[in-house]
Design a protein around this ligand. Structure first.
Ligand code: KG4
Ligand code: ZN
Length: 351
């Protein structure tokens, strides 16, 4: 069985062909990072227009690289939630149109769930029940996966996602977008105990909050360079030395990683999962990987699963993989009816 996956929820236009749910025959990703970098973040209107320009060539390329004609494709899977509405619309309308024209079953994919399913794309997938830590630019969640399509969100961010916090802190200290990889690099030459930053305390046992941490970095930078809060924040970075920038990156990253790992440690104790799967763009962070292995791996029967770096950021292979499970376990959607759901929670995505 071959599934064509289509992804356009944020700033990557992607298409992939996955065979039998675990073998990626192709995975094409057209990133818009260069376009948005000059604005310091994703501009929704520009993202939607850029998806329109490249969606057809990206799909064509995915079929060509997989050496597939339309006759070889058994079904289409598309991200319909959550994400930027204009971006979601482009991929979803392309998929609906192709499903009608080519007479293929259509499956609707939740983007966050797909990030976790990137880890089923090999011969050694996680065994149920497992915990997933989904950490991206839009999401920070701890989810208990009990079976395919059966899961429970244990905790999530109450404000900014952790990737968003990496991006915002990078902007404050003068590192380019996307901030995650840049902070990670700068932190390697920084002193993580130089600046004392607070860890948020929350009522929900497994919930996170990153907005206060971001503001704490802003205040600490203002103090360090000797200005008050009236000073324009976009001019702060120019006053920092390279060493101060590295120290801020390391101090921020330490607290962000400790927050994630601390909550995950509690969930591992309470739910005794077979393993923990780390998914989403921030899963590429090496400090997070090291700390997790140190703190939770001896409490799990199976080794911690880190999404391979090329599958951490947005792609369509993860979408096609989840589509392959849906094709076996659920019914296709009506291509005339499928609507995008920009803010749908994973717990409300039933298939
Ligand atoms: O999953 P993703 O590609 O897109 C969303 O669905 O959000 O994640 C992108 C996020 C960005 O915020 C980026 O800064 C962050 O992942 N990121 C990282 C690293 N690589 C990407 N954050 C920390 N460390 C990294 N190495
Ligand atoms: Zn994503």
């Amino acid at each position: 069985m071959k599934i064509l996956g289509i992804e356009s929820s944020c700033d990557e236009t992607a298409a992939a062909v996955v065979k039998d749910g675990f073998c990626a025959l192709s995975s094409v990703v057209n990133s818009q990072i260069d376009i948005h970098a000059q604005y310091g973040g994703v501009v929704p209107e520009i993202a939607a227009r850029s998806h329109i320009e490249v969606i057809n060539p990206v799909i064509r390329e995915a079929l060509t690289r997989a050496q597939c004609s339309w006759n070889d494709i058994d079904a289409i899977a598309v991200t319909y939630a959550p994400g930027l509405v204009g971006s979601l619309l482009v991929g979803t309308l392309a998929a609906r149109t192709l499903a009608i024209l080519r007479n293929k079953p259509l499956y609707a994919i939740h983007h966050v769930e797909a990030h976790v399913y990137a880890n089923f794309l090999n011969q050694n997938p996680p065994k149920f029940p497992f915990l997933a830590l989904v950490v991206s630019g839009g999401h920070s969640q701890i989810v208990l996966f009990k079976a395919h399509g059966d899961y429970q969100i244990l905790g999530e961010t109450q404000d900014d996602a952790v990737g968003e916090a990496f991006d915002k802190v990078a902007k404050i200290i003068g590192l380019p977008y996307p901030g995650g990889p840049e902070i990670s690099k700068a932190a390697q030459n920084g002193d993580s105990s130089k600046y004392k930053l607070p860890k948020a305390r929350l009522k929900g046992k497994y919930d996170f909050s990153f907005s206060g941490l971001k503001t704490a970095v802003l205040r600490a930078v203002q103090k360090e360079v000797g200005v008050d809060f009236n000073f324009p924040s976009f001019e702060l970075a120019a006053k920092l030395s390279e060493q101060q920038r590295n120290d801020f990156a390391a101090s921020f990253q330490k607290i962000a990683v400790e927050t994630l790992v601390g909550k995950l440690e509690l969930a591992v104790k309470d739910f005794a999962p077979t393993t923990v799967v780390i998914a989403g763009g921030v899963a590429a962070n090496s400090a997070l990987r090291e700390e997790l292995v140190k703190r939770v791996s001896d409490k799990l029967p199976d080794p911690v699963i880190f999404t391979p770096p090329e599958l951490c950021t947005d792609n369509a292979a993860m979408v096609a993989t989840l589509g392959a499970f849906q094709a076996v376990l659920s019914k296709p959607k009506d291509p005339l009816e499928l609507e995008v759901k920009p803010s749908l929670s994973m717990s409300d995505s039933n298939w």
